[in-house]
Design a protein around this ligand. Structure first.
Ligand code: DX5
Ligand code: ZN
Length: 216
């Protein structure tokens, strides 16, 4: 069966009402909760770190999908897993020893993902695809919510799918950035398994309805 998972991004939530927004997600058809960690070095923005991750885990009933937009992610993956991350994704561009970091995440008992920036070609993953549980394709330049979707992502989904099949990999494909009601079903049809959505969900008066609609 085709996987169609929705991972709302907490980056667009109301941080003054975080528990309320997490409760809303708990009651929604969201499958995962996407946690965007930014360090002001790998990306030109700072979001949040361990204390928020701890709060998220205390209140959320969903699978926790942590997206690390930080330099030297290998220094921090274990703590995110200890705090309850179910999946940790690190950027190819930020990981000098990617194979080691992927193994570290899996040995700690979490799923491991690798993320590609919009300008990084899929062929960079040729020698790691068999090891990873997920490939996260950025469909905007990482750092901010609410940006415009980059159309070249469709080509990269097809290339990732081919790479997965030719390596007998079981990796899922996740797409992050500019996902909305206009492109979600096309992205699933192109081969995406998981869609992240921040602005589309949290800027709506009825976020639960948007989450439901994004699946179809
Ligand atoms: C961007 C983040 C995304 C972001 C998506 O750097 O990785 O997860 O929150 O937000 P939208 O859906 O608003 O593009
Ligand atoms: Zn993200």
């Amino acid at each position: 069966m085709k996987t169609r998972l929705i991972a709302p991004s907490l980056l667009s939530a109301d941080f003054g009402n975080l528990q309320r927004d997490i409760d809303m997600l708990n009651h929604s058809q969201a499958d995962w909760l996407h946690v965007d960690v930014m360090d002001g070095r790998f990306v030109p923005n700072i979001s949040f770190g361990f204390p928020v991750m701890k709060t998220v885990k205390e209140h959320s009933t969903k699978f926790i999908d942590v997206h690390l937009m930080i330099v030297e992610p290998e220094k921090y993956v274990e703590e995110f897993i200890d705090l309850g991350a179910d999946l940790v994704s690190v950027h190819y561009e930020a990981s000098v020893h990617l194979h080691r970091t992927i193994n570290l995440i899996q040995q700690k008992g979490a799923k491991a993902g690798v993320v590609l920036n919009p300008s990084s070609p899929v062929l960079l993953l040729e020698d790691i695809i068999a090891e990873v549980d997920l490939v996260l394709l950025m469909s905007v330049n990482p750092g901010f919510g609410g940006q415009k979707f980059i159309e070249n992502t469709y080509k990269k989904i097809a290339e990732t799918k081919d790479l997965i099949l030719s390596n007998n990999s079981t990796a899922l494909i996740e797409v992050d950035g500019g996902v909305n009601l206009d492109n979600a079903s096309k992205l699933f049809a192109a081969g995406a398994d998981v869609l992240v959505a921040g602005n589309a969900v949290f800027s709506s008066d009825n976020p639960e309805k948007i989450i439901e609609l994004l699946k179809f």
